[in-house]
Every structure is written in structure tokens, then in C-alpha cells.
Design a protein around this ligand. Sequence first.
Ligand SMILES: *[C@@H]1O[C@H](CO)[C@@H](O)[C@H](O)[C@H]1NC(C)=O
Ligand SMILES: *[C@@H]1O[C@H](CO)[C@@H](O)[C@H](O)[C@H]1NC(C)=O
Length: 422
Amino acid sequence: MQLLICVLLFGAALVQGRHEKYEGHQLYRVSGAATEFEYLEAYLDLLSTKSAARSTSGQLEALVRLSPEEKQKWLPLFDKKNMTYTKVVDNLADVLRDEEAQINRARHNSKRSGRAISFNAYYRHDEMNEYLESLAALYPGLVTVINAGLSYEGRQIKYVKISTTRFENLRKPVILIDAAVHAREWVTPPVALYIIHQLVEAVVDRRLTEGIDWIIIPMANPDGYEYSIDEDRMWRKTRSRSHPEADTCPGVDGNRNFDHHWGTREASKDPCSIIFEGPTAFSEPETRIIRDVALQNVDRAALYISLHSYGNMFLYAWGNNGSLPNNALALHLAGVRMAEAIDRLALDKADRYIVGNAAQVLYFTSGTSRDWTRAIGIPLTYTMELPGYEYDFIVPPEYVEQIVTETWAGIAAGAHFVLSIW
Ligand SMILES: *[C@@H]1O[C@H](CO)[C@@H](O)[C@H](O)[C@H]1NC(C)=O
Ligand SMILES: *[C@@H]1O[C@H](CO)[C@@H](O)[C@H](O)[C@H]1NC(C)=O
């Protein structure tokens, strides 16, 4: 019954939508020097950035959203800065309305399948939490649900601990995974839920649970996520209001809020920027939850992956200056193993995964969870960018199954790498 109510609510929210705010907004694929993007990132909505295909080094390509007013101002600037651009979406509001209709259909079909969670639809925060609780009830010897704390707006953030030895065997490595730190990256929680499903329900490879303890946070930013469903599909940040200018510009970029070279980049200081780092490091309850679980397990944590969308990349430290950690070889090798496992199953039209240093592949960042977790001593830490195909992060529900399946192959390869070195 509860599930049914949630389904109806999701539908109602989607029907009303709030896409009018994106009427007339256009998406442009923009190419230029990496340093330009480091600057643009602070002022524009870059939906993703990647190395420009087969171009000379230092050239990046980004998908940029421009309102009609921004278009007037920025296209001439791109010309002046010798950047090239092509329009790829004429009216973002139309794309969002199409997405909404597709998701409603997918949810209608998956509801009829009678399963709590299926991997061809998107779910609300409550439904994900119910799924976690149902697993803990069904598999009490393997799954523990932790109420990790409340989001800024008071939603319960839960994570699961999966262990055949109740986290008591201190010789086992731990793998830590989070999803949806960035609200609009909707395909990331299904991947986290599918990893849980594979480990707990499908159990195709017992070595992965017998040899490893897992901690998975499938919904790290529920306030932002729910807001992205009900109000603003393009929302990325948290919804906190504890900083100056929060009335007009609420929220903080969770992946700039970690205490690693925090506060060192001009680009992240503006509360209205989508990469606002927050008033202090760890100002957000959502990032403190990730911090605390990482610190509690730091002695055994071997691999940390923060799931993001999109761009097909495994990015490793250091993003703040582009130099390499002392275990860069292992970081690169493990990244390649994961990337190859995914590429083997990927769709023909998907870009191959890129593995590399975050600043060398893209540009400088500060306060990321990837760099912070590496700095506290977790050896293998990555920002992972899932595929977006031609849809960017508006990934249609019919691709969810493909993405969760191929990504699981990558995660399993990463887990086997961990077993081989631990
Ligand atoms: C602009 O780009 C073209 C083509 O990539 C290049 O040949 C030219 O030198 C660039 N000009 C400036 C001012 O950067
Ligand atoms: C780059 O940053 C890392 C992480 O803070 C630091 O350990 C390293 O020494 C820095 N490297 C250079 C060349 O500044």
C-alpha cells in the first residue's frame, strides 16, 4: 500500500512538473582549452565535461545549459575565447517533459511487475529506504541498515552494511560506495541499489561477500534529489540554508565540501554557483555522514567510489594540483580493470571509459570526496562518471538496466582487485 502511494505521488509530482523555468533554455556542446572550463564552471551550468574526442591535449568539451539571456552574453564570449560550440538541444523544457512522460510509463509498467524495486525505473527516497529495510528483514545475518542521520531538511539518510561476519573480522577489506551526492544524477542510485541486490539477493559470486565487507549509501543527498523530482530537474546541490545569500541561493555542492584543499579556489566561493563549496568544510550534514563512515572504517577501507553521472570516467587524485599520489600505479591499474570489465559489456554507441588523474583528464577541483578519502588513507578512491549516451544525465529509464548491469561488472572487477592486493 505504501509503495502504491509513493508511486502515485511520484506520478503526481511529475505530471505537474516545474519545467517551465527551462522554457527556451538551450544546450550547447562547447570545446576549448581546459583552463577556460575551470572558469566557466563557476558561472554556467556545465552538465558534464570530458576530453574533446581525439583532439590535441588540453582541449575539453562540455555540455552547457544557457538561458536565453545567458546565450546573448556567452556565445560572443565563446567566440572571443576561440571556443567552438554547437547547439544540441533547442528547448530543454521539451526534453524534460518527454523524460517525465517516459518515467511515468516505466513506473506504471514496473508497478505491475509487483517487485519492490526493478531496474527499469526511478524511485523516490522513501521507496529506496523501504527496499533497504526489506532486505535487512529478509537477510538479518548479512544486511544491517544504519540510520546515519538526517539531511538538512530532516530526511533519514540510511546506508547498508553487508557482511558475512558482522563487520567483526578485522582482516577483511571494506568497500565504500555512495550515490546521488549530486541530486540530478538520477541514474546513480539505481546502480548503488543494484550492487546491493547483486551482493545480497542474486549472490552470483560468494567471494565478494565472504572476503569483503561493504558499505553502500544509495541516496546521499535526499533533499536535493526530491527537489529535483518535484521542483527543478536540474538541481545539483544540497538544499541547506546556513550560508550567506541562502535565501536566493540555497544549497552547497557536496562534492566541493570535503576538507581537502577546501576554500582554495575562487570558482567555488559564490553561493549562487552550482559548485559552491559551502560556508565551511563539512558544513553539510550529508557530507558529514560520508566523512564519518569513512573515518570509522579507514583502517580497513580499500576502495571508495563516488557514483556520478555522466562521462564514462574513473577519476583519481589529486584533483587540486594534478600531481599523482604515491600509489598512482595501483590506482590506475584498478581503474583500468574496472573500465575494461564495463567496456566489454557496454553498448556500441557508448564512449569507452577513460581512467586518469582528475586534473589531468579535466581541470582542477578542490574539496572533493575522492581527494579527501585518498588523503585520509584509503588507497583506491575514485569519482566514477556513468554513461549518459546522447541523453547526458537525462538517462531514459530503459537504459537503467544496461547501466546497472555493466557497472556491476566493473565494481566486481574492482572488488577482485582488492582481494588480490589485500
Ligand atoms: C584559435 O583556434 C585555432 C584553431 O584551433 C588556432 O589555430 C588559433 O591559433 C587559435 N587562436 C587563438 C588566438 O588562440
Ligand atoms: C598536490 O596535492 C597533494 C594533496 O594535497 C599533495 O600531497 C602534493 O604534495 C601536491 N603536489 C605538489 C607538486 O604540489
